[in-house]
Write a new protein. Structure first.
Length: 381
């Protein structure tokens, strides 16, 4: 067991501070006490025979204890592995020096916020070999005066890669839907129109032959008209032309009207007549959320009614879809569902700076999508 050292930061000379850091590096100190106005706070370091130390040491997540100016006082093996360095070499190192130069300001702001309240953010960290990786930081003060700060570090490389993959898949799906919709409308639709014209010509001659043949041709014309209508509906569901021509509001009204007719579910739509034009990516994102949510209401909720509310509040677009059905199994957050629908919607919005929240406690489900309206999402004519 090492020595317990009482540290009063303001009373330490530079050489004394260096001696303390060296003692921590060599393992001579496994715990220290920070003395402040509120009394003494004990902090456990490496090799301490306390459960908390064992827990921190065995964490898969990187953990560090920093001084007020960001110097590493202690770190666990996971953080050392993340940064490609040894734990001993990291002690005494300034964590800001390991932050990518473009993210230094964001890190300083995060560190400053962490001195007064728990704060979270993302920065890029630089490994020993010079490679860069995205990291999520959770920062909180371990002393009332902010003289000691705890930091948890999570490698976001895999999460970012998965998000980019989901985004690419969604883009491919959107392009493929648009292509199939165009093909159905332009090719199959035109062929069915030609067949219908041929039947009309044959029907005129059939009247001269017998009534039964004429009746068959009439039935065939009716069926072709029904097939044409179904293909047009499928084409528009794959990619509604109104979305490109008239904008989001018109496309949502068209979809909700068709959904009411097809599902026999009452939908209360509350939406302004014109919310302005957004970028193609933002409009298709909101439209797909409406489409996915109403499909889930029909397939899973058992609700006989639901409501859709879309409003624009200054620089934010807010969509709320609510039903009174059986609700969703826990966990109710999008990332906890096994299906790809909610996760896909969440990621689509996240790529545009938006959020998706699912509340399914008790009876019914409420889904709220929020999308910032900025120069990136507004469609400037």
């Amino acid at each position: 067991m090492g020595n317990n050292t009482v540290i009063t930061p303001s009373d330490l000379a530079m050489d004394e501070r260096e001696q303390i850091i060296e003692a921590i590096r060599s393992g001579c100190v496994d715990a220290f006490v920070v003395e402040d106005r509120e009394g003494h706070a004990v902090y456990t370091l490496q090799n301490a025979d306390l459960p908390y130390s064992t827990l921190v040491q065995s964490m898969q997540q990187g953990a560090a204890m920093l001084s007020a100016n960001g110097d590493i006082i202690f770190c666990n093996p996971s953080l050392a592995t993340l940064l490609g360095k040894s734990g001993e070499s990291l002690v005494g190192t300034s964590l800001p020096d390991l932050v990518h130069s473009d993210d230094c300001a964001a890190f300083e702001q995060l560190l400053s916020s962490g001195k007064t309240h728990a704060a979270e953010g993302e920065v890029r960290l630089v490994k020993l070999d010079g490679s860069i990786f995205p990291a999520g930081l959770s920062v909180t003060s371990l002393a009332r005066d902010g003289s000691v700060i705890g930091v948890l570090v999570t490698d976001l490389t895999t999460k970012k890669a998965n998000a980019e993959l989901v985004s690419r898949i969604q883009q491919v799906q959107d392009d493929e839907r648009r292509s199939i919709a165009r093909e159905l409308h332009d090719s199959v639709g035109q062929l069915l129109a030609a067949v219908n014209m041929n039947l009309a010509a044959a029907r005129q001659d059939a009247l001269k032959l017998n009534s039964s043949l004429s009746a068959l041709l009439d039935d065939s014309s009716v069926m072709i008209a029904q097939v044409s209508k179904e293909i047009r509906t499928i084409s528009h569901l794959l990619h509604p032309p109104l979305l490109d021509v008239a904008g989001l509001c018109s496309a949502i009204r068209w979809y909700v009207d068709g959904f009411r007719e097809r599902s026999r579910i009452q939908v209360d739509l509350d939406m302004a007549s014109d919310l302005g034009r957004l970028s193609a990516e933002a409009e298709i994102a909101i439209f797909r959320v409406v489409q996915e949510c109403l499909t889930n209401v029909y397939r899973h909720s058992g609700s006989e009614s639901c409501s859709v509310k879309l409003e624009r509040e200054s620089d934010v677009l807010r969509l709320e879809i609510r039903d009174s059905g059986r609700g969703m199994p826990k966990p109710s957050q999008p990332s906890g569902h096994s299906g790809l629908g909610l996760r896909g919607m969440e990621e689509r919005l996240r790529q545009l700076g938006g959020t998706l929240k699912v509340d399914s406690i008790g009876k019914g489900t409420t889904i709220v999508a929020v999308l910032p309206v900025s120069e990136a999402t507004e469609n400037v004519a």
